[in-house]
Design a protein around this ligand. Structure first.
Ligand SMILES: CC(C)(COP(=O)(O)OP(=O)(O)OC[C@H]1O[C@@H](n2cnc3c(N)ncnc32)[C@H](O)[C@@H]1OP(=O)(O)O)[C@@H](O)C(=O)NCCC(=O)NCCS
Length: 175
């Protein structure tokens, strides 16, 4: 499957908000509960840019998106949603990997994830570690798994050529 990841556009705010709600519905939540999530899942045009939104496209159609928020050293993987029709096909993995690269580029050392309870196995499969629980911002009393993923900084470029200060090659320089 040829998934293209690209920056989200401000004019896609409504499309992405709808996508998030539809994706959340994949877990079988009631209409009432989905309605409680609606405000938290809504993106404004300025959010799309401010949250470093990246979208996944499949054959020209947006099938998912991810956001990376915050400032170094700790960022939030705030939203990661795949359309129900595409779930289970690797789109989430591509978006997650992209988010990690975005976080690395922004100098983050870790990403925090307030996970939907149903999505915890996915994040664990991505290497995230459960560090606790947090209360949902949408539904009072609803506990959400809190996970973290460490971001390894970009390593210093390896030096090429022989180490400095040492003669190599066995040449006889004595005489
Ligand atoms: C969570 C979500 C983004 C994962 O995206 P996805 O495209 O379905 O994930 P992938 O296909 O890349 O899965 C990668 C791996 O994660 C694991 N995984 C994914 N979903 C899983 C599940 N429900 N249970 C157990 N493991 C799961 C598997 O190991 C899988 O690898 P495999 O298919 O080779 O076995 C997607 O299910 C989704 O959008 N869910 C609804 C909205 C949601 O809850 N978003 C998260 C909000 S915090």
């Amino acid at each position: 499957m040829a998934i293209v990841i690209r920056p989200g556009r401000p004019d896609e705010a409504a499309l992405l908000s709808d996508l998030a709600l539809r994706s959340k519905g994949f877990w079988g939540y009631s209409e009432k509960l989905l309605d409680s999530f609606r405000r938290e899942l809504a993106l404004s045009p300025s959010d799309v840019v401010g949250l470093r939104t990246a979208v996944a496209e499949l054959r020209g159609t947006v099938v998912g998106f991810v956001t990376v928020d915050g400032s170094a050293p700790t960022g939030d993987l705030g939203m990661l949603f795949v359309v129900p029709e595409a779930i289970g096909n690797g789109v989430g993995t591509e978006l997650f990997r992209h988010a990690v690269e975005v976080a690395r580029g922004a100098g983050f050392r870790r990403l925090v994830i307030e996970s939907d309870p149903n999505a915890e196995p996915f994040y664990r499969a991505m290497g995230a570690i459960r560090v606790g629980s947090t209360e949902s911002g949408s539904v009072p009393g609803r506990e959400l798994p809190l996970l973290e993923v460490d971001i390894v900084p970009i390593a210093a470029a390896p030096r090429t050529g022989p180490p400095r200060g040492r003669l190599t090659g066995g040449a006889d320089l004595s005489g």
